[in-house]
Write a protein that binds this ligand. Structure first.
Ligand code: 0WD
Length: 259
């Protein structure tokens, strides 16, 4: 264990199980001495899974939160204020699209599915930043997770690709708004290579995409859970102090190859 995050407190939103990208970052942060709070989707099975996972670290705050509900967000950030006063960083690792809409060509996306996907996968970041900003210590940092399908067409990623494009550009506007508060607040995005997680199970031909990504990437492999975790650590620490509004590709070099 090292001490890069000793005395620092963060809120992690989007751990579903031990394969979640948010959990990769949480493990890296715990190893550096951070104190973490967690939210989980408000279903009994999610609560059981997340509580079992985080129990060894005895977090002070573990709360249900559906990011579509303003009351849930207010309760979570209120609990952070009550437990800690202020905190240092926020991880937003949340996305959802109705499976039917995700499977359909983008041309066939339903209005309701489009709104739902955008609300959970994009607007939630804006809402979380608005709640978090007044509670973050100066030099506080926020990280969210995107995918290359937000920049280029990745057949099968469909509606979520458009959500990720909006997410990445939200990060730029949020970086401006947060930065201009004059407190050194930063927000960045990781564009992660494909990982087998609960949410990736909803993407058609995901395993083919993953194999293709490994073959085409500079490093001739996929990224690891640990590599995503340590990039989160970097973006949330002062080591990345000059970086904001950026989308960093942690994809073994996949996105720079034109092949
Ligand atoms: O290959 C991958 N797995 C990649 C994932 C590559 C590049 C990016 N990403 C992104 C995802 O789009 C997402 O933004 O990383 C983020 C985290 O995804 P993950 O770690 O792959 O997936 P998962 O472990 O399923 O976590 C996403 C969580 C949800 O899990 P489930 O599977 O139960 O839907 O997002 C949360 C939930 O915990 N979530 C919500 N949280 C609050 N309110 C909501 C909601 N309404 N909906 C989903």
């Amino acid at each position: 264990m090292h001490d890069l995050f000793r005395g620092k407190i963060g809120l992690v939103m989007g751990v579903a199980n031990d394969r979640s990208i948010a959990w990769a970052m949480s493990q890296a942060l715990y190893a550096e001495g951070a104190e973490l709070a967690f939210t989980h989707l408000p279903t009994p099975s999610n609560e059981r899974r997340v509580k079992r996972l985080v129990e060894p670290h005895a977090p002070k705050v573990v709360l249900p939160c559906d990011v579509q509900k303003d009351d849930d967000l207010a309760r979570v950030f209120g609990a952070m204020r009550d437990a800690y006063g202020r905190f240092d960083f926020l991880i937003h690792s949340i996305a959802f699209a109705p499976p039917d809409d995700l499977r359909r060509p983008y041309l066939e996306a339903s209005r309701a599915g489009w709104h739902l996907a955008m609300d959970i996968s994009v607007y939630s970041l804006v809402a979380c930043c608005r709640h978090a900003a007044p509670l973050l210590n100066d030099q506080g940092a926020i990280v969210t997770i995107s995918y290359f399908g937000g920049e280029k067409v990745m057949p099968g990623y469909n509606l979520m690709g458009v959500c990720k494009a909006a997410l990445e550009h939200s990060v730029r506007y949020l970086a401006w708004d947060l930065g201009r508060q004059g407190r050194g607040l930063r927000i960045n995005c990781i564009s992660a290579g494909p990982m087998r997680t609960l949410s990736s199970a909803g993407i058609s031909d995901f395993d083919q995409m993953r194999d293709h990504a490994a073959r085409k990437s500079c490093l001739n492999r996929n990224v690891t859970f640990e590599e995503l975790g340590s990039t989160g650590l970097y973006l949330l620490s002062g080591l990345s102090g000059g970086l904001t509004g950026e989308t960093l590709h942690v994809d073994a070099g996949y996105s720079i190859v034109g092949l």
